[in-house]
Structures are given as C-alpha cells and as structure tokens.
Write a protein that binds this ligand. Structure first.
Ligand SMILES: Cc1cc2nc3c(=O)[nH]c(=O)nc-3n(C[C@H](O)[C@H](O)[C@H](O)COP(=O)(O)OP(=O)(O)OC[C@H]3O[C@@H](n4cnc5c(N)ncnc54)[C@H](O)[C@@H]3O)c2cc1C
Length: 380
C-alpha cells in the first residue's frame, strides 16, 4: 500500500466534508478575501477541522505529520481558501502549548481556533529582518503591565489583527539573542499605530506597526521573561514544518489549471505553434519539479512520524519551492498573453505576489548560507 493512499480513512472523512463546505473562490480584493477567510476559519472550527495537528484537549485531532500532509493536499484539491488565523493556528497556538502558562492557553487557544480573534507576528523591524537578533523594540514593566516601545515592519495582516505577538528586548543591558521576551500585545489601543504597506501586487497585505508606550498585561509573556529567543525559534520551527506540508499541493493545482489554459490558448490561436511548444516544455519541467517537491515534503512527513525535524533540509525545500512558485507564476503570465499583464487579473497578481517567495520565510540568500555552512560544511 502507498504511504499516502487515496482511500486513507483520514482523506475519506475530510474529502466529503470539504465538498459540502468549501465556499466559492477567493476574491482578489483584500478586505473581501479576509472576510471570506475569517468565515472559513469559523466553518473549519465548527467542523473540528481548524487545527487537526492540535491535541484533542485543545480542540484538534492529534493528527501526525502524515495526516497533516494529507490535510493540506485535500484542502488544495478542494480549492479551499486559507483560514484567516494561520499565524494563530500554526505559530502562536503550538508555541503556547510548549511554552505558555495554563492561563495563556485557556485564554487564547479557543479564540485562535475559532477565529474569533486574529493574531499577527511582530518579529521583523526596519533594521532586523534576516538578522532578527539585532531587534530594538523594547519593553519594561510598569505595575501590572508591560510597556512596549518600538517599530515592527512587514507584519502580515496587522490591520486586521486583535493581537500581535511581539518579540522585544526586556533587558535593556542585553545584546543580540539574550534578554528578549515574546509578549502578546492587544492591538486596539492608543499606543499602537498600524500603517499598511502596499505590495507590488497592489495588496496592502502587511504593515508597519508602531508601539508607542503600548500596554500588555504582565502575564502575557510567552515562556520565561528573557527567553524570547528560544520561544521565537520554537515558533519558527513550527512555521517551517507547516510550510513543508502545504506548498506542493497548491502548486500542483495551479499547474493543473495552467495546462487547461495552455490548451485553450493554443486552440484559440492566442499562442503560436512555437510559443505553445515552448510553454508545454516549461510546463512539463515545472510539473516534474513539483512532483519532486511533493516527494521532499512526503519524506519530511515520514521522518516527522519518527520524531525527526527537517533541520537544514528545510532550507533545501524552501529554496526549491520558492523557485518553483516563481516559475509557475511566470509561465501563467506567458500563457495568458496580454490579459495576463492586467494587475486585476489572476496571472499578473500571482506573478507579483510570487516575488515574495524568495524573501518572506527566510530569504533565499539566507537559505543558501544555511545549506553552504551547515549541510556542506563550507567556510563562512
Ligand atoms: C510577504 C511577506 C510577509 C511577511 N510577513 C511577516 C510577518 O508577518 N511578520 C514578520 O515579523 N515579518 C514578516 N515578513 C518579513 C520577513 O521575515 C523578512 O522580509 C525577511 O526575514 C528578510 O528580512 P528583510 O526584509 O529585513 O531583509 P534583509 O535582512 O535586510 O535582507 C536584505 C537582502 O540582503 C540579503 N542578506 C541579508 N543577510 C544576508 C547574509 N548574511 N548573507 C547573504 N545575504 C544576506 C537578503 O537575502 C536580502 O536579499 C514578511 C515578508 C514578506 C515578503
């Protein structure tokens, strides 16, 4: 039997549920997209499918890596939207289960899963992206509160979030990785200003966030005060593991649609014979690489079942995925022709948003550094 058989009981249970509940396609308009994703998060939660990897005691299904792999494949094949609370379900929730107090878990885990409250990730700063340890946002205690001052940037969906988990320096004498803490800060207060930034795709998907004496309750520190670096690394580990399960299936669906587009463009004479032949060759190459990405992700899931983490191999997969995503987006525009260049249309939108693939979850240069130094043992 194949490792991930099509008739696996997990798929047999999830697939019909999806067929019944998946809403229509995601709109391009960001506000409408957020509203749809929020509603979808609630639907998933009501059906018990919002956080399958979470333990049953917190509303999940205790799904292991192979079931998570299947979960994302089924979501992609059903053309389901993303759930609105990914930073909560994938990042903060699992991190709270490792490092959070019982009080924080009780307060936040149900709201994360239901999507009643949205969360954003406050890590990057204007002078601290790849080199996160140089962050400058600071926090000090004042009575029962933390008072936070500083600036975050590229904070995805900050303008929609109720809470931001902010990594800040709580020991003013500390340097680099020491003396940091992660604090869950309420966004709806005078001390927080959110200024959305428009991406090349036209979406104001992320934002600058200014903390000017913003207040958060003393108990809202995730993990020990001063241990924020370890907490942040736990969180990034969850982020990497999750990405490995979700990426290939979405790209395979894109390529499936692109094949139909290509056939139609050739039939309607929008692509000449030579252009069509070149597009077919590119498509076949991308399809093969996408199947390879699936094998990489499957091997990560299989190793995950044995308790292994992807380690440096995660960087190989991330590089491979980013290149593939951009290649598929470029082919989409080539096949769509002039229509593909209109930004309001899907091919151009995908092309523009795909540019972030080599930046957002650790830039490709940083991934290459990791492979060179840790995997290949090359000198720095
Ligand atoms: C779509 C998107 C969403 C994001 N969402 C969030 C979010 O929700 N929360 C959050 O905190 N952050 C978020 N980020 C920020 C992201 O984590 C950073 O962009 C990323 O870590 C890179 O940091 P930087 O942009 O400051 O670039 P820099 O670190 O300034 O790098 C600039 C360039 O220099 C290269 N470079 C840097 N250091 C080295 C080195 N040592 N060796 C070789 N090359 C190097 C980089 O590869 C890059 O090309 C998001 C980014 C994007 C694009």
């Amino acid at each position: 039997m194949a490792i991930v058989a099509d008739d696996d009981p997990f798929r047999r249970e999830f697939r019909p549920w999806l067929a019944e509940h998946v809403p229509g396609p995601e709109p391009l308009d960001q506000d409408a997209k957020v509203a749809l994703r929020r509603a979808w998060q609630r639907t998933l939660s009501a059906g018990g499918w919002a956080g399958p990897a979470w333990p049953a005691e917190y509303g999940g299904r205790g799904a292991g890596p192979l079931q998570q792999f299947m979960y994302y494949e089924e979501l992609a094949l059903a053309r389901a939207p993303w759930a609105a609370n990914a930073p909560g379900t994938i990042l903060l929730g699992p991190t709270l289960m490792v490092h959070g107090t019982e009080e924080l878990r009780t307060r936040f885990l149900p709201a994360i899963l239901s999507g009643d409250e949205l969360f954003s990730q406050g890590f990057s700063e204007p002078e601290a992206g790849s080199d996160l340890a140089s962050l400058r946002t600071r926090a000090h205690r004042d009575g029962d509160d933390w008072v936070i001052t500083g600036q975050k940037i590229w904070t995805t969906w900050a303008q929609y979030s109720d809470w931001c988990f902010v990594v800040c320096r709580t020991d003013p004498e500390s340097k680099r990785h020491r003396g940091l803490s992660m604090i869950i800060c309420p966004m709806d207060q005078l001390g927080v200003t959110v200024r959305p930034i428009e991406q090349i795709s036209g979406d104001p998907e992320f934002a600058e966030v200014f903390f000017d004496g913003a207040r958060a309750p003393a108990g809202h520190v995730v993990g020990e005060v001063g241990q924020g670096w370890a907490v942040a690394m736990t969180m990034l580990g969850f982020e990497r593991a999750d990405q490995g399960f979700s990426d290939h299936a979405l790209l395979l669906v894109h390529l499936h649609d692109l094949a139909a587009e290509l056939r139609a463009a050739q039939r309607d004479g929008r692509l000449g014979a030579a252009e069509a032949a070149e597009a077919r060759a590119r498509h076949a190459d991308l399809w093969i690489r996408c199947q390879q990405l699936r094998r990489f992700n499957l091997s990560i899931a299989v190793r995950g079942e044995a308790g292994e983490t992807p380690g440096d191999f995660g960087s190989v997969v991330n590089l491979f995925w980013a290149d593939l995503e951009q290649g598929i987006a470029e082919l989409g525009v080539a096949v769509a022709g002039a229509r593909g260049l209109a930004l309001g249309d899907h091919p151009a939108h995908f092309l523009m948003s795909s540019r972030s693939a080599t930046i957002d979850s650790g830039s490709s240069e940083i991934q290459r550094n990791i492979i060179a130094e840790r995997t290949l043992g090359l000198p720095r």
